[in-house]
Write a new protein. Structure first.
Length: 118
């Protein structure tokens, strides 16, 4: 589901999957999201919100071994109840590891959202 989705679409889907009520604000200049407390909801850049999503949806996070030549990070669900899924992001540089980890978690969380019925 997360393939081909924009960050905004992934944020909405991830919030739905985790049962987090959010409100979309589009002022014509930018789109943002706020939670029920009026606080910014941006798990793509907020480490605490990203980890909360991972915990709420039981998403596992793995990193490559430090000696590997091809750095990556993976967010996954084990498939105990449904199909297992893995979302792997390349890590172009170690300074980007946390950003890529949050993206992998967001993609995995978005994919857990209930599928729309046709």
């Amino acid at each position: 589901m997360s393939a081909g989705m924009t960050i905004d679409q992934m944020i909405e889907a991830a919030a739905k999957a985790a049962g987090v009520p959010i409100r979309r604000i589009d002022d014509g200049w930018e789109v943002s999201f706020v939670d029920s407390y009026g606080e910014a909801y941006e798990p793509n850049i907020d480490m605490a919100q990203s980890f909360w999503l991972a915990a709420a949806l039981r998403i596992s996070v793995e990193h490559n071994h430090p000696a590997d030549n091809h750095p990556w990070v993976c967010a996954s669900v084990d498939g105990y109840v449904g199909p297992g899924q893995q979302f792997v992001e390349d890590v172009p540089g170690e300074s980007q590891r946390a950003d890529r980890m949050r993206l992998a978690i967001l993609r995995c969380a978005a994919d857990q959202a209930p599928k729309e019925q046709a």
